[in-house]
Design a protein around this ligand. Structure first.
Ligand code: NAD
Ligand code: MG
Length: 369
């Protein structure tokens, strides 16, 4: 496999390119090529900025010495995805004197990407945003598709906008500094694409486990590109999640219920992170599909074995009450008219939305863990 950068094109009304390869954060022409005007706001967090921000800034200025570059840094973590920091980013744009042709560069994981994207969506009713994702999760999921948001006390992602990026530049070398647990969480979302619509990719992930967990650039670039191709195809056809895009939520209704029941991981505790919760959620969705006669139990076992091989959890953490989990699932945004609407499957690579799932069957699967 070559180390030349790959590109994935996202079509639809607002087309853009995703560039994937090692070292791209230092390629000034690529970064500058996505910037139309003179004003750039770099948004990052206090973990990522010391690692990569100077490199991006230097590469940009080498290619475009005329740029005026401001920056806005947030403390790392979900707790910073707030209206407060949205306001901070907006203030930074104002201080910069950013005009309609300004560009917001989101350097970091999904927290930075969602926050910076939302600020870009709102400044002067919308300026360019270029995503520079540095976590695997943000490379394969949050940087693509144009959903931006911040959290409020009442819930995650409740305030936001659809605002597709102008470009996505994913430097696979940045993954070398990512904690192993974060890498595995991203791999859960990668495995999800195989489960939804690509059995060959699922097999490839079985074969390439060691390379991927070791952080091999070529294997990671392949996994990211394939994942982005899937997300790109789905969001181009259904940008506003009126139908097919819901498939991307495989494992997420169960996963969110686990995350909510755990109280959204205060730092330093043993709670599952998002990717881990999705891993458990996908196994539960597969088990429920088997219980409903949609798919064989062997498919669920195959998924469980693959996730386990990647070091991901496959069962509900001890101490979570099945009834409470079901109550959280009833509040999911996908539900219509009080009926549970879940993404289930007919086997590996064949996910589908099921509109009215029997709660007793769900509870039985939650009880079995
Ligand atoms: P994150 O942004 O919090 O990053 C995880 C941690 O890794 C942070 O502490 C960060 O500082 C650190 N980090 C990032 N890159 C690093 C690197 N290269 N080296 C070392 N450390 C690094 O979390 P995430 O998992 O990337 O994203 C989660 C967020 O994404 C959530 O807020 C979620 O709601 C959002 N999301 C959005 C979409 C969407 O479509 N917009 C989709 C999925 C998830
Ligand atoms: Mg997810």
């Amino acid at each position: 496999m070559s180390h030349a950068p790959r590109t994935v094109a996202v079509g639809g009304d607002c087309p853009y390119l995703i560039h994937i390869g090692p070292g791209l954060l230092g390629v000034g022409d690529l970064l500058a090529g996505a910037i139309r005007g003179r004003h750039v706001l770099l948004v990052s967090d206090d973990t990522v900025a010391p690692l990569y921000l100077a490199r991006v800034r230097a590469a940009l200025l080498q290619a475009r010495p005329d740029l005026a570059i401001g920056q806005y840094l947030i403390p790392a973590g979900e707790a910073s995805k707030t209206l407060h920091h949205f306001g901070g980013a907006i203030d930074a744009l104002a201080t910069l004197g950013a005009t309609r042709d300004a560009c917001v560069l989101a350097l970091g994981g999904g927290v930075v990407g969602d926050l910076a994207g939302f600020a870009a969506a709102c400044w002067m009713r919308g300026v360019d945003c270029v995503q520079l994702p540095t976590t695997l999760l943000s490379m394969v999921d949050s940087s693509v598709g144009g959903k931006t948001a911040v959290d409020i006390a009442q819930g995650k992602n409740l305030v936001g906008a659809f605002h597709p990026p102008r470009a996505v530049i994913a430097d696979t070398a940045a993954l070398r500094t990512l904690p192993a647990r974060e890498l595995r969480a991203g791999l859960a979302e990668v495995i999800k694409y195989g489960c939804i619509r690509d059995p060959l990719f699922f097999q490839w992930l079985q074969a390439e486990r060691d390379a991927l967990l070791a952080g091999d650039d070529a294997a990671l670039a392949q996994a990211i590109a394939r994942s982005c191709e899937h997300k790109a195809e789905i969001v181009a056809r259904d940008p506003l999640e009126k139908g097919e895009r819901a498939l991307l939520n495989l494992g997420h209704t169960f996963g969110h219920a686990i995350e909510t029941a755990q109280g959204y991981g205060a730092p330093g505790n043993d709670n599952l992170n998002h990717g881990e919760a999705v891993a458990v959620g996908m196994v539960l969705a597969a088990r429920l599909s088997a219980a409903l006669g949609m798919a064989g139990a062997d498919a669920a076992d195959g998924l469980r074995d693959l996730l386990r091989a990647y070091g991901l959890p496959v069962a509900i953490p001890a101490g979570l009450d099945p009834g409470a989990l079901l109550a959280h699932m009833r509040l999911d945004k996908k539900n219509i008219a009080g009926r549970l609407r879940l993404v289930l499957w007919r086997g590996i690579g064949r996910a589908e939305v099921v509109p009215d799932v029997d709660e007793a069957a769900v509870l039985a699967v939650l009880r079995a863990g």
